[in-house]
Design a protein around this ligand. Structure first.
Ligand code: ADP
Length: 268
């Protein structure tokens, strides 16, 4: 089974019911085995992408607290050669970052040619948390949808393939995951009191996500809504979209060096 991208211009609804496993998902053990296979395939394709050195893949991960962004990075991209992958987590902007336009720090983190880049949070925070907390006036964040589309268009015209994932969890699943952080001493560090405040703004975030996905799912940078209440479903769906995209990119190993036979003869 495969996740369809959000069609450009279509309406997006993110009810809690859509966070559960969709029909047709294989049993957990099969899904986990499949994720492992897909990981191996991503590794092969990444090797060719690195050797080719002309294009990059950018994977954007967004989702509420506990939606599994870190877990998806570990499970889907964990098997890759660290040389060919760049993972960037976007936190509250520093004073230096705030002194620039909001895309400044993002553009610097775009993966170089030959690599896969993963954004753990992204420029979308600038139309999500910024909107919900009214960190800038509405006309300022509202103008960003179009700015983001233009930015992503520029990247795509310069050899960056973009895939965006919204990891969709339900309110109940988030409650359980937050509670788990308070019941396991090895997870205390993951808990932040601020997460409860964000959780109280659940519906505001839903509205912000729905509009962001509606306005910024484009042919060159499509959004995918990942039903993420089950971790193995999340990993399987994300890994499959990544493999499909890399296969469409079809990275090619460079041909032999000029004078191949001479070099071989010398070394033999
Ligand atoms: P995690 O991504 O694991 O939750 P943190 O707990 O450090 O990591 O959370 C990062 C925080 O930074 C989030 O609350 C997020 O909303 C915030 N953040 C990221 N980008 C921005 C931004 N542009 N403006 C304001 N807050 C942001």
């Amino acid at each position: 089974m495969r996740l369809e991208p959000v069609a450009p211009g279509s309406r997006v609804h993110l009810p809690d019911a859509a966070a559960g496993p969709p029909p047709g998902v294989p049993p957990k053990a099969d899904a986990v085995a499949r994720v492992r296979k897909l990981g191996e395939r991503i590794d092969e394709l990444q090797d060719a992408l690195y050797a080719e050195g002309r294009r990059a893949l950018l994977v954007v991960l967004q989702g509420r607290d506990t939606s599994g962004k870190d877990g998806a990075v570990r499970r889907v991209f964990g098997p890759l050669d660290p040389l060919g992958i760049v993972i960037t987590s976007f936190k509250v902007p520093t004073p230096l970052e705030l002194a620039h336009d909001y895309l400044w720090r993002v553009h610097q983190a775009v993966p170089p040619k030959g690599t896969i880049g993963v954004f753990n949070r992204s420029h979308y925070e600038d139309v999500l948390v910024v909107r919900v907390h009214e960190l800038v006036p509405e006309p300022v964040w509202r103008a960003r949808y179009e700015q983001i589309n233009q930015f992503e268009h520029i990247l795509s015209e310069n050899g960056v393939t973009i895939l965006k994932f919204f990891l969709h969890i339900s309110r109940e699943e988030q409650r359980e995951r937050l509670l788990a952080r308070l019941e396991d001493p090895t997870k205390y560090w993951k808990f932040s009191a601020g997460d409860l405040g964000e959780r109280e703004r659940w519906d505001e975030y839903t509205a912000a996500y729905e509009e962001a996905l509606e306005r910024t799912s484009t042919a060159v940078a499509p959004w995918h809504v990942v039903p993420a209440d089950r971790k193995y479903v999340r990993d399987l769906l994300v890994a499959q979209v990544v493999v499909d995209a890399l296969e469409r990119m079809a990275p090619q190993y460079p041909g032999p060096p000029d004078g191949l036979e001479n070099f071989r003869a010398t070394l033999r």
